[in-house]
Every structure is written in C-alpha cells, then in structure tokens.
Design a protein around this ligand. Structure first.
Ligand code: UDP
Ligand code: MN
Length: 278
C-alpha cells in the first residue's frame, strides 16, 4: 500500500496559521528555516508564482513547511506575486523568483512550485542532483495516472547550472500555461534530462479556471527552441520591476509589476504578433 500523509486542508486565518506553524515548526521571518543540530548539504529556494489564490497559498504553506522540516531541509519560501492589471506571466514570474532569491542569498537548488499542489509523501525531497526533478507527476485529480511520459510541470527542481544553461523560462507566455512545455523543449535542445520523483503523488487544490488561448500559445511555442538563447534569464532587464520585498512570517513576498508593452515588443522582434487577449 502507498503511504499517504494526511493533507491539512482547513482554511485558517493568517494569524491562526502563523500560530499553529510557529508551534510545530521553526521559522524566521521570510519563511526561512535552518535545521538545528545538523548541517544541510544544500540550501533550497522554493519559488511559488502567485496571484489571487489566497486559500491555496495558506494550505500549501501549512503542509510544505511541515514536510520540509521533517526532511531537515534548509530552505526559504518565496512567493512571487504579479501586480494586477497585466495578464499573468508564469514563466517571467518564475525567472524573477530565481534571480531575486539569488540576489538575497546563495541557494543551491530551486524548486518552482504551483500554489495548488500539495505533496502526499514526506519522502518526496526537494533536493537537487545533476538532473532536473519532476515531482508532481501523479495527481489525485487524474487518478494518479501519468498523462504522457514527457509531461513536465507543476513542481520542478533544478540546480543553478542546469537552470542557467537553459536560460531559464521563456518570458513571453502570457496566461497560456505552456511555459513548462517550452522549458522542456529547451532541455531537449541542450540534451539535458530529468528524473521523476520516487514519490510523485500530489493532491490538487480547487481553484477557478482561467480562460485559455491555445491558438495564441501555439504561435509562441512553434519556434521555442530558436529563441532559447535570447529569451529567458538574459533578457529580463526591462520586463519587470520589483515593487517590494516583504519578510512575512511564513514566506518572503516579492511583489512585482510586469511591462506588458515591452514583452509585446520582444514578441514582435521574433515575428510573433498576438491578439490582445487581456
Ligand atoms: N497562478 C496564480 N494565479 C493565477 C494563475 C496562476 O497564482 O491567476 C499560479 C499558481 O501558482 C498556479 C500556477 O500558476 O498553481 C498554475 O496555474 P493554474 O493552476 O491556473 O494552471 P493549471 O495547471 O491548474 O491549469
Ligand atoms: Mn492549477
């Protein structure tokens, strides 16, 4: 039988959540933890792309802090929140989390974590080796089936060299949710592989569905690998601004604005014109 940890899914007020986590875990402001009595071999940055999913965030934090501390991990949790008014851009937001986390501290491993996925196993460690790790391969909502073998997304871990070799995510996807597929093309192009977590089961939390624009997405995805060396970590300068960095009790909040016009300009340079789907 596959063991499953009990997912804590009650919706608490922030203050109550902070109290219960402070009672059973050790955290310093910014959602940072260092194990007592043993040194951790790697320091981990967990990066959560985020906007307007407060209930999911509380449940994730309540579970993730407990699991990571059971594993004696040294880690910090970063919630990268995009200001309202521009369509959500997950790839760019994740890249921002990677760069801004590194600006604050040295990290060895980077886990990009959707806010609505909760691991069902305490043995699912968020550490990195030479290859990338795909954690969330089997979701309860899919009856734990793997949808396709090259499926890659949801919760992923990279080391620094790996992530910079593929130039991070593309910054050009607004709301179409293909940035993980695009990233997979980058890995293929560089002949970099990933491994599946041995504990790949996750519970997916409920949320409202965003409108999808599959045709628009395909226009960008079509030439993804040609763009990879010029669209990513090395082309972010004009695309965003950090509005604030806040050391909250359970996480570090990085609040950012995204320059939609500049992204449309970059797309044009690649010969891609999109309908304004805002
Ligand atoms: N997300 C968010 N707010 C949004 C859209 C997306 O915080 O309005 C983040 C969040 O971390 C979420 C992830 O992006 O888990 C993936 O988006 P979504 O859950 O909508 O995609 P799905 O994989 O469920 O189709
Ligand atoms: Mn989701």
């Amino acid at each position: 039988m596959i063991e499953k940890r009990r997912i804590l899914n009650e919706t608490l007020k922030w203050l109550d959540l902070e109290k219960t986590l402070n009672a059973s875990t050790t955290l310093v402001p910014g959602g940072y933890h260092r194990p007592v009595g043993c040194a951790s071999a790697q320091r981990l940055a967990v990066i959560i792309p985020y906007r307007d999913r407060e209930e999911n965030l509380k449940i994730l934090l309540n579970n993730l802090h407990r699991v990571l501390q059971k594993q004696q991990a040294e880690y910090a949790i970063f919630v990268v929140e995009q200001e309202s008014g521009t369509p959500f851009n997950r790839g760019l937001i994740k890249n921002i989390g990677y760069l801004e986390a590194q600006a604050l501290c040295h990290f060895d491993c980077f886990t990009f974590h959707d806010v609505d996925l909760v691991t069902e196993s305490e043995r699912n460690t968020y550490m990195c080796g030479t290859l990338a790790v795909h954690h969330a391969r089997r979701l309860n909502t899919w009856n734990y089936r793997v949808l396709y073998t090259f499926l890659f997304g949801g919760v992923l871990t990279f080391n620094e060299t790996y992530f910079s070799t593929i130039n991070g995510y593309s910054n050009l996807y607004f709301m179409w949710g293909a940035e993980d597929d695009d990233l997979f093309e980058r890995m293929r192009k560089k002949q970099l592989r990933f491994v599946a977590s041995k504990y790949p089961r996750y519970t997916a939390l409920n949320h409202e569905r965003e409108p999808r624009h599959p045709k628009e997405k395909m226009k960008i995805y079509a030439n993804s690998s040609q763009r990879m060396d010029t669209d990513g970590l090395n082309s972010m300068g004009r695309l965003y601004q950090v509005i604030s960095v806040d050391y909250k009790p359970l996480y570090t909040r990085i609040y950012v604005s995204v320059n939609q016009t500049e992204i449309y300009n970059q797309l044009k340079r690649y010969g891609i014109s999109l309908l304004n789907t805002k």
